[in-house]
Design a protein around this ligand. Structure first.
Ligand code: NAD
Ligand code: UDP
Ligand code: UDP
Length: 330
């Protein structure tokens, strides 16, 4: 099958395309004139995330679990299928590892058969609880192989191994990006990750649940910046492989995030402290020198601006479920 460069109406498969990041990626690809096949088993994603695209002449939605083989004809594959929130990936950890590993094998097998270019959405979790800071791509990580986060961390690490072995063994055109905590509109209100949890809690007037003392750090990237980096990565030449860290290097404590959400929502929610889950990384900040150099990319949306947009999204979504006090305060 002849390969078509993106930009020439390529046929593009997005696995996990009905999820938070996938649905935005799908929109951007359609905007660029491509044909998009969105494959999702709706474990954490929803039809609602893409329902505005149904009927679009270049969009197709397929319910399918990537743990099973998939025979389609495409030019490029973005492999995003995998629950990303600890609450959801720990709900059925065996399925999480299967999704990462069997899913990667099937999508790589597909890429091999049709000679498609394939990009893996990997994660900062491959660094585990990192002992070097900020994290550079050369760091091999500090990952517990038998803990409650291992299904995700080790599954994603094995997927990276598969991407590099298919490249070496089968000469596939592979790309790997390591995504650091990304947030934005269209996260599910029950997603369970910290940004959506805090915003929903603040808007409803519920207690803000800080795990541990809230001194642990994360670096939060707005979804538009992230999707832009993925598109740039796919457009690089075949010799550019990664892995590249993609994220916003501005680092915040979880306590600092809670304070900012309270300020921006005008909420009177109380902070409550809950036990820190095991293996919860203490610090996380991407070194994005490689993404800057190879993708000419860096984030443009700072946390305050990104949170404002995300709060506006949840404000509308929650409707009557919001606390009256919150509305009065704003
Ligand atoms: P998400 O949970 O909203 O999206 C994941 C999507 O994959 C969902 O639509 C889900 O239904 C689908 N899915 C799960 N298992 C599947 C299976 N077996 N077959 C088909 N579809 C399946 O999460 P997200 O934040 O949009 O994450 C997208 C990708 O980016 C994931 O691979 C995740 O690991 C990676 N990532 C995200 C972040 C982040 O902060 N958002 C950070 C690191 C990595
Ligand atoms: N596969 C797929 N779609 C394809 C080709 C392959 O889903 O178009 C799956 C199939 O399940 C296969 C796996 O990808 O087992 C790995 O393919 P590969 O060619 O690497 O190995 P195989 O198992 O076929 O020897
Ligand atoms: N966290 C928290 N309260 C919540 C959800 C998460 O304090 O309601 C903390 C969690 O313990 C972690 C950080 O926020 O230290 C980021 O958690 P998230 O689940 O968003 O992603 P992670 O980076 O841990 O995969």
């Amino acid at each position: 099958m002849a390969y078509k460069e993106a930009g020439m109406n390529a046929r593009i498969l997005v696995t996990g395309g009905a999820g938070f990041l996938g649905s935005h990626l799908v929109e951007r690809l359609l905007d660029r004139g491509h044909e998009v096949l969105c494959v999702d088993n709706f474990f954490t994603g929803t039809r609602g995330n893409v329902e505005h695209l149904i009927g679009h002449p270049r969009f197709e939605l397929m319910r399918h679990d990537v743990c099973f083989p998939l025979y389609v004809e495409v030019d490029e594959i973005y492999n995003l299928a995998c629950p990303a929130s600890p609450v959801h990936y720990q709900h059925d950890p065996v399925q999480t590892t299967k999704t990462s590993v069997h899913g990667a094998i099937n999508m790589l097998g597909l890429a091999k058969r049709v000679r498609a270019k394939i990009l893996q959405a990997s994660t900062s979790e491959v660094y585990g609880d990192p002992s070097i800071h900020p994290q550079v791509e050369e760091y091999w990580g500090n990952v517990n192989p038998i803990g409650i986060r291992s299904c995700y961390d080790e599954g994603k690490r094995c997927a990276e191994t598969l991407f590099f072995d298919y490249r070496r063994q089968h000469k596939l055109r592979t790309k790997v990006v390591r995504i650091f905590n990304t947030y934005g509109p269209r996260m599910h209100p029950n997603d369970g990750r910290v940004v959506s949890n805090f915003i929903v809690q603040a808007l409803k007037g519920d207690d803000i649940t800080i795990f541990g003392q809230g001194e642990q750090t994360r670096s939060f990237c707005y979804r538009d910046d992230l999707v832009e980096a993925m598109l740039r990565m796919m457009a690089t030449g075949d010799d550019v492989v990664g892995p590249f860290n993609i994220g916003n290097p501005n680092e915040f404590t979880i306590r600092g995030l809670a304070d900012l959400v309270l300020e921006l929502t005008g909420s009177r929610s109380k902070l409550v402290f809950r036990p820190l889950p095991s293996d919860d990384p203490i610090q996380r900040q991407p070194d994005i020198s490689k993404a800057k150099q190879f993708l000419d990319w860096q984030p443009t949306v700072e946390l305050r601006a990104g949170l404002e947009k995300t709060i506006a999204y949840f404000d509308e979504l929650l409707g009557d479920a919001k606390a009256p006090l919150v509305n009065e305060a704003r």
